[in-house]
Structures are given as structure tokens and as C-alpha cells.
Design a protein around this ligand. Structure first.
Ligand code: NAD
Length: 256
């Protein structure tokens, strides 16, 4: 069997960081050689956690093949630049990047392989395909996108909801988006309503609703645990490890 891919994990004490460490521990194809967090934490599931401020030196010291980053947009840009400098490939799961953030990812991808996905679950990849098909088959239907996440999520709407909206625009052309509704606000023809709910510990739920006066089609994905995202991100890390510099897509990992 090939040697395990050496992985560095940022945001190790976060929800996704912890999940990544636990899922990596259950697999033979990856080995966590570095875990960092911005605030001090001794260890996560027995893996020592180092100070994220020292990332450049730690990358040189531990020589990972790929860094897996699920943190925040500002820190992600900083960590990705450190990887570009160190020649370490990057899997980015962080969401909420602005235009400058995306440009920073593009710039890093000139030096190292980089894969960013707003959702690393196979179910959502299937949902995206199903949405494209449904929107193409039902061109005049009203469309509403609703997502629900835990009460600690920062960005809204979710990265996955934005990805679904891009899929819809790809098929229909760009349309007006209405983020929630209040007061006297009848639905305009062709608009897409977007709704973000935040409650309790919900891992992630996305619904694309298509309706006309006589029929309603609801396409829904629910993530049962963060383990599905961690598994997909680690699959991506293994796939990315021996690629050339450039920007890659999670669909390429799924199609491999
Ligand atoms: P979390 O708040 O539980 O953890 C975030 C971690 O990142 C923490 O360890 C925190 O210390 C660190 N962090 C955040 N901002 C930072 C900053 N400015 N500087 C340094 N460190 C910082 O969040 P989470 O639920 O683990 O989610 C993390 C990110 O991953 C979010 O952007 C979320 O939307 C995204 N996410 C993506 C997927 C996917 O499949 N792509 C799945 C789940 C979550």
C-alpha cells in the first residue's frame, strides 16, 4: 500500500478541525503530521495542537503533503499563502470568501495544487446535478432556496446555498435574488427567494423548491454529521497530494 498522505490541519479545535482529526485517525491513507489552532489548546483526540501563528516554520519542520483548512476567510487566506510559500498543496473547506479572498486562492494555485469546495459531501454533489436537471426541465417554475445551519455559523447564506444559486443561474441565466421577505413584498416573476435559518446544532440542510400553480418539487439534502464533510475533504487531500499546481474541483475527486 502507498505511504499515507501527510496532512496538516488548521482550526484543529474547531468543529470541523476536530472531526477531521477523528476521521483521519480511522483511515490508513492519511496521517496527521501537524495540527494548529489560533487559540491555545493542548491536544485534540491525542494529537498535539500547535500555535497557528507559527504555521510557516511548522510547515517547514513537519513537511506535510497537503494542508486541510476549515477556519474563517481571513485566516484561510493567510494559511493558504503560507502553503504557497512552502510548496504545500491545499484543500480549503472554509466558506464566506469575498472577491479578494477568491483572488488570493487563485494566486496560491499558481504555485501549489489547491482545491476549494463549499461542500465536501457526495450527497450535495448529487443535489447540484439534480438541481441543474430540474431547473432545465421546469423553466417557468418559481424557485426558492432555503438552508438551515447550527447557531454558531457565521456566513449567510451558506457557501453551499451560493453554489446552488450559481448552478441555477448557469441554467436559467442570472436572476434577481430576494434574501428573506418582509412587509408588502409580493413575489416578482423570475426572482429567487433565499432563506437562511440558524438554530440549535443542525449540521446542514439545503432545500431547492420549484413550484408552479399545479406542482411542487422539493429537492433536499440533510447532512447527518460533520463526518461526511471530513471524509470528503480527506478524499480530496489524498487525490490532490501528487497533482501539479493549479485550481481543482471536488467533482474531479468524485469522478476519479
Ligand atoms: P468553528 O467556528 O467550529 O471552527 C473554526 C476554527 O477556525 C476554530 O478553530 C477557530 O479558532 C478558527 N478560526 C476562525 N477564524 C479564524 C481566524 N480569523 N484566525 C484564525 N483562526 C480562525 O467552525 P466550523 O463549523 O468548523 O467551520 C469552519 C469553516 O468551515 C466555516 O467557514 C464553515 O462554513 C466551513 N464548513 C465547510 C464545509 C464544507 O464541506 N466545505 C463543511 C462544514 C463547515
Amino acid at each position: 500500500m502507498a505511504a499515507p498522505v501527510r496532512v496538516a490541519i488548521t482550526g484543529a479545535a474547531g468543529r470541523m478541525g476536530r472531526e477531521l482529526i477523528d476521521v483521519a485517525d480511522s483511515r490508513d491513507d492519511v496521517e496527521v503530521v501537524l495540527a494548529v489552532n489560533r487559540s491555545p489548546v493542548e491536544a485534540v483526540s491525542g494529537v498535539p495542537v500547535r500555535d497557528a501563528d507559527d504555521l510557516p516554520e511548522l510547515l517547514a519542520e513537519t513537511d506535510p503533503d497537503v494542508m486541510v483548512d476549515f477556519t474563517g476567510p481571513e485566516s484561510s487566506v493567510e494559511y493558504v499563502a503560507a502553503c504557497a510559500e512552502a510548496g504545500v498543496g491545499v484543500v480549503v473547506g472554509t466558506t464566506g470568501f469575498d472577491e479578494d479572498g477568491h483572488a488570493a486562492l487563485d494566486e496560491a494555485a499558481e504555485s501549489v495544487p489547491l482545491l476549494h469546495a463549499t461542500n465536501f459531501s457526495r450527497g450535495v454533489a448529487a443535489l447540484r446535478r439534480a438541481v441543474r436537471e430540474a431547473v432545465a426541465a421546469l423553466p417557468d417554475y418559481d424557485v426558492e432556496v432555503t438552508e438551515t445551519h447550527h447557531n454558531g455559523k457565521r456566513d449567510a447564506p451558506s457557501g453551499t446555498a451560493n453554489t446552488l444559486l450559481t448552478e441555477i443561474d448557469d441554467v436559467r441565466g442570472e436572476s434577481e435574488r430576494v434574501y428573506g421577505r418582509e412587509g408588502d413584498q409580493p413575489r416578482m416573476e423570475g426572482e429567487i427567494g433565499v432563506h437562511a435559518r440558524r438554530a440549535g446544532g443542525v449540521t446542514g440542510e439545503h432545500e431547492v423548491l420549484l413550484a408552479d400553480d399545479h406542482q411542487l418539487l422539493s429537492l433536499t439534502h440533510r447532512a447527518g454529521s460533520r463526518g461526511v464533510f471530513a471524509a470528503g475533504a480527506l478524499d480530496a487531500a489524498v487525490w490532490l497530494a501528487d497533482r501539479d499546481a493549479g485550481r481543482y474541483d471536488f467533482d474531479e475527486v468524485l469522478d476519479a
